[in-house]
Design a protein around this ligand. Sequence first.
Ligand SMILES: [Zn+2]
Length: 274
Amino acid sequence: MRQFWPILACFVLVTGSGAIAQETPPERIEDAAPISSDTRPPARPESDTPAPPSEPEERSEPAKPREPAKPVEEAGPPAWKDLRETDQEYASCRLALSLLGSVYEEIPPITDPDDSDCGIARPLRVTEILPGLELEGGAEMRCDTARALGFWARDFLRPAAATLPDSPRLTGLRLGSTYSCRARAGTGKKRPKLSEHALGNAIDIAAFLFDNSDPLPVQPREDTGDRFEAFQRSARATACLYFTTVLGPGSNEAHDDHLHLDVKSRKNGWRLCQ
Ligand SMILES: [Zn+2]
């Protein structure tokens, strides 16, 4: 047997050597893995790759039955009702008018069929704001507005008028707009808010009337340097002590020929005087 072993081994070597020669050497096999991937057909350029079907942005869900429409939220009370004075406030205000000597009458509540926000809950029709100081044609307003006008006229307008040439007595106020259901003027906005005139809070003064001199119209009087300019400037400045809004010539074009005065209530008592 020992004699045949080398022969057998040789035979095995000879027959096996053919197989070994045809196989890739082991070290080459390790390299073969990546190489084998190279044998795959080259990837197609992306542009050629057909895009996967795009998913819809929102999956369409089965239609739900519609919920019944919610009832429209109820609006608050009309603006004019919000301003209704308490009995105590109203009594206090009327007492002030009595002390001032105002001539007025109480009239029924004012409302407007075209705009439910317009109106005055407890309107007064004032003809004389002080004894002998007429509101030309009379005017409807809230008591607060009348009271502000009365104190301003008593404490500043009349004494100031006495400083004009010939010391005239202030006997009247020519009015522009008083109560009027409308939007604010001169704001330039497409949908301006409700004017304070629509609530009885505002009054426009177009001219001051005197007993023995010509009316003094409100107009641009910048740097005319006379007493009339001084009077108009003083009137406008002191009005801000009683009214919360004072506009006039120079504020905007809509106010070039009158003083707009109102008692609009703002947060922290803020005033707009121009
Ligand atoms: Zn006005």
